[in-house]
Design a protein around this ligand. Structure first.
Ligand code: PEP
Ligand code: MG
Length: 939
């Protein structure tokens, strides 16, 4: 009791679970008088389209379609709350609670159809379907033709005069019910479905090929054999009583909420388990009554391209599962669609018309009604609709409608088209577009047909999106060589990458590593370049000597082709064709709207004028992070850098730094020019110096020769620089505070570049950023050097320039002492890569080793280097913003860690009161849209 008396925040996890369980059960008990069943039919409904939470998407829309006069078979929906009750209180209790309402609702269907559930003369048959609040296509179970038994089948045969149809429906019911409710699954992955085996045996016995060739007698025999199989496997007779069937089916649908598929889908789509599924029970309509009947699925617009073209597929004389099963080739609904299909399949117009005619041609009147309904539904719901329908003996019935799933390209086109059509307003258009899905539009993608035959050999982390295909090389210089000599871009495969690989990465078409997480070097750099990368594919056994990869039974040699999907982390054997991304005018328009409605500004992390120009083209409003060390690797610069590192004293370092000065100045000029007066934040040198020197004897000897110094001297210096824990070692502002001449050179390069560009008439906005500060004195020391150097340059040039000095907040101590740091810093930029690393104590380069297991066990919900840890790192950010602005009211705050381009983290940044987010150029559009979403959500 003591635990319960405390607030949840004070309770231990165990107590919290106990408390939740009790609270949960109390809630369920309060539900004793609640309405659990909502009826619909004949243009009336107890529910409506707004009740998705309670009735699920399907139930809510079935109700709404009735209310707007669409023909829907009558039925009722059992609420999602009952699903929670089912798990809290068990089957018996829930059936007891539901019985009176379900019996009453069934009477309503009976009244509207003139049939009777369980009747011998006019048996009512129903479908039982799942439907959660969020659409989970195909994840849960459905049962059709429920109510069938030995009497009902005869009655249906007599009433319809179509015994084959009656027995086909019975056969289907026993099969589906056996599968879904009675668990008649194949014994192993290798074995066939037991019912399908019986069908095959029957066809063989009759010497026919298709299911449709089976006679009524065959179907009778199959029903008999199916039931015998059920008895054999379960030890029970197949239930003949329709009410027993119904309760079995309803509970099986609730049960399917917790099947593995559904759990995985929820996990992937962040759907909480507490939501539960609703169950809709509906009078059956039959698409398998003969050639005047059909069933189909359609979209009001093209879900792949977004084109405003009604499209879909149907099958004559079939039930829903036939379309999905793919046994028969479905036909197109419209003539236009049918012609396009025929062209793609190389089918002549004559053959198309005779063998695969469209619904528009076969049943023109029904088509006309269907077309009107889809238009009506789209206008009504103001979004692209995914609909299911059945035609029973020439009469059209709608079984479902929902907002259709679509590709990124279709998402943008449909939103912008609907805006132009006046169907939705600007804010809705922005909110319709999911930020993360924009990614598909920005990078090359695999050709969809080529993907179908691609063989996955291993899966890593989807570190940088896009599609890449090319020959394997293992060394950066080989990637460079391959491009130079063969004009071929390679896939660079490394155990892990280091800054030395940068040029090779640039020349490669994609990067694959065995180690490293989402913020590992390879991942960060590749994203910055907009280059496809799969990292942390731990199963790869890379042998640099033999130049081979062994993985899951495959051996891949240097020069063999592989393909990477940077959006899924999949690696394929061989060459898979790609196609370039298409950035249409709609995309630009959407981005303008995003800017109009967002509060957060979006900058880019860019280190070169080329990246800066790309970022600017994507709409970046400045550079939030220029990692100056990346400039150190280009061309001959690395020589000067190494000379500086190997120098014996300050004088020697200054000589080498003097060589670097003009090169850095040139780079900064390029950046300032590219950003045309938008802020450019240049970060002083950050990584440990050890990263700039070669680690192997061969390269060290070459360097010694090159620099004309003894090899031993180089080897000794490299040894001296080695650190046990370099991420926590001699790096960040610790470099500038121990070697002030580095800060002096970099400051001079920045200020001189800015003054040069300003002179040409282009405005400049300079922000100098000090990395890895944990103590305000570290920052003050650096700021003094920066200010003194700037003053020197001003005096030399007899001119001045505004500039700001700020700091990264990436050490937890900096966050909690932000009030002191803000006395010196004129801006904060949250380096959430390091801040996450140091707050959680997870090495950003080694997380791939344990992350998959932590995710599987539910210890972590996400990779904290991808999605900001709101409760830990996020709280530090909020505290730092609060304390920093306590000292300096208008303190500008931004984020430049990788989270700055991840939509949910961008949302957090908006609500934490930051001024901007900064991310790699290719994520700028995503961040812009996410920023607009956050602002619109707040409004
Ligand atoms: C960070 O730590 O978040 C950051 C942006 O710096 P880097 O990734 O270069 O350490
Ligand atoms: Mg950092």
């Amino acid at each position: 009791m003591e635990g319960l008396a405390r607030s949840p925040a004070e309770t231990t996890l165990k107590q919290h679970i106990y408390w939740e369980k009790h609270y949960y059960n109390q809630q369920r008990q309060v539900m004793a008088d609640v309405k659990r069943v909502y009826t619909f039919g004949n243009k009336e409904a107890e529910g409506n389209g707004k009740m998705r939470e309670l009735l699920g998407g399907k139930g809510a829309n079935l109700a709404e379609m009735n209310l707007i006069g669409i023909p829907v078979p009558p039925g009722f929906t059992i609420t999602t709350e009952v699903c929670s009750e089912y798990y809290a209180q068990g089957r018996e209790k829930v059936v007891g609670l539901l019985r009176p309402e379900v019996e009453k609702a069934m009477k309503n269907i009976e009244k509207l159809t003139g049939m009777k559930f369980g009747d011998k003369e006019m048996p009512l048959l129903v479908s039982v379907r799942s439907g959660a609040r969020a659409s989970m296509p195909g994840m849960m179970d459905t049962i059709l033709n429920l109510g069938m038994n030995d009497q009902a089948v005869e009655a249906v045969a007599k009433r319809t005069g179509n015994p084959r149809f009656a027995w086909d429906s019975y056969r289907r019911f026993v099969q589906m019910y056996g599968d879904v409710v009675l668990g008649m699954k194949p014994a192993s992955k290798e074995e066939h479905d037991p019912f399908e085996e019986l069908i095959d045996a029957q066809k063989e016995k009759r010497g026919v090929k298709n299911d449709t060739d089976l006679t009524t007698d065959d179907l009778k025999e199959l029903v008999h054999n199916f039931k015998a199989a059920v008895k054999k496997q379960t030890g029970e007779d197949f239930p003949a009583n329709p009410w027993d069937q119904l309760w079995g089916a309803i509970c099986a649908v609730f049960g399917s909420w917790m099947n593995e598929r559904a759990i995985l889908y929820r996990k992937l789509n962040n759907i909480p388990a507490e939501w539960g599924t609703a169950v809709s029970v509906q009078a059956m309509v039959f698409g398998n009554m003969g050639d005047n009947s059909a069933t189909g699925v359609a979209f009001s617009r093209d879900a792949a391209t977004g084109e405003n073209l009604f499209n879909g597929e149907y099958l004559i004389n079939a039930q829903g599962e036939d379309v999905v099963a793919g046994i028969r080739t479905p036909q197109q609904i419209t003539i236009e669609g049918s012609r396009r299909w025929a062209k793609a399949q190389n089918v002549s117009e004559a053959e198309r018309r005779s063998k695969y005619p469209s619904l528009e041609e076969v049943m023109p009147a029904v088509y006309k009604e269907l077309n009107e309904i889809q238009h009506h539904l789209e206008q009504y719901f103001k979004d692209m609709q995914d609909i299911e329908f059945t035609i029973q003996d020439g009469k059209l019935w709608m079984l479902q409608c929902r907002n259709g799933k679509r590709t990124g390209a279709a998402m943008v086109k449909i939103a912008m088209d609907m805006l132009r059509e006046g169907l939705i307003d600007e804010k809705t258009a922005v909110l319709r577009c999911e930020p993360a899905k924009l990614d598909e539009l920005l990078h090359p993608v695999f050709d969809k047909t080529a993907m179908k035959n691609a063989k996955v050999i291993v899966k890593g982390l989807p570190a940088s999106p896009g599609a890449a295909t090319g020959p394997v090389v293992f060394f950066a210089e080989d990637a460079e060589k391959m491009l130079k000599e063969k004009n071929q871009r390679a896939i660079l495969v490394r155990i892990e990458t280091s800054p030395e690989d940068l040029k090779g990465m640039l020349d490669a078409v994609g990067i694959l590593t065995a180690r490293g997480g989402m913020t590992s070097h390879a991942a960060v750099v590749a994203r910055g370049m907009g280059k496809c990368c799969v990292s942390g594919a731990g199963e790869l056994q890379i042998d640099y000597k033999a130049r081979t990869i062994r993985v899951n039974g495959y051996e891949i040699k240097e020069g063999d082709w592989i393909s990477l999907n940077g959006s899924t982390g999949e690696v394929y054997l061989g060459q898979v064709a790609t196609q370039a991304a298409d950035l249409s005018g709609d995309f630009g328009q959407l981005m303008e709207l995003a800017r109009k409605y967002s509060v957060l500004k979006v900058r880019a992390n860019a280190d070169t004028p080329k990246d800066a120009a790309q970022a600017f083209a994507f709409g970046a409003e400045g550079i939030g992070l220029c990692r100056t060390e990346h400039m150190f690797f280009e061309g001959d610069r690395i020589k000067a850098v190494r000379e500086m590192i190997l120098a014996d004293d300050e004088a020697g370092r200054r000589v080498a730094l003097a060589k670097l000065l003009p090169m850095q100045r040139g780079d900064f000029e390029g950046l300032f020019k590219a950003m045309q007066g938008h802020p450019v934040t240049v970060r002083l040198l950050d990584p440990p110096l050890h990263e700039f020197v070669p680690h192997f004897e061969k390269e060290q000897r070459e360097l010694a020769k090159d620099m004309n110094v003894p090899y031993e001297k180089i080897a000794a210096k490299v040894e001296l620089l080695a650190e046990v824990n370099p991420m926590l070692g001699h790096r960040g502002c610790r470099l500038g505070n121990t070697y002030p001449e580095i800060t002096e050179m970099q400051t001079r390069a920045i200020i001189e570049a800015a003054m040069n560009v300003k002179k040409t008439g282009i405005p400049v906005h300079v922000e100098i950023m000090v990395p890895l500060v944990g103590n305000h004195k570290e920052l003050r020391y650096q700021k003094n050097i920066i200010d003194q150097t700037a003053e020197k340059v001003f005096a030399e040039r007899n001119d001045r320039l505004e500039y700001m000095v700020g700091t990264m907040i990436e050490v937890p101590r900096a966050a909690v002492t932000a009030h002191q740091i803000a006395e010196v810093a004129e801006f904060f930029s949250f380096g959430t890569n390091d801040l996450t690393q140091m707050t959680l104590g997870f090495s950003r380069d080694d997380i791939a080793k344990f992350l998959p297991i932590y995710l599987e066990k539910g210890i972590l919900k996400n990779d904290p280097f991808q999605i900001l840890d709101r409760n830990g790192v996020g709280q530090l950010i909020r505290e730092a913003v609060f304390k920093g602005r306590g000292t300096r009211e208008n303190l500008k705050c931004g984020i430049c860690g990788e989270h700055g381009g991840e939509p949910s983290s961008v949302e957090f940044c908006h609500f934490a009161g930051l001024n901007y987010v900064s991310c790699s150029p290719f994520r700028v559009p995503i961040a812009r849209l996410a920023a607009a979403h956050a602002a619109l959500k707040e409004a």
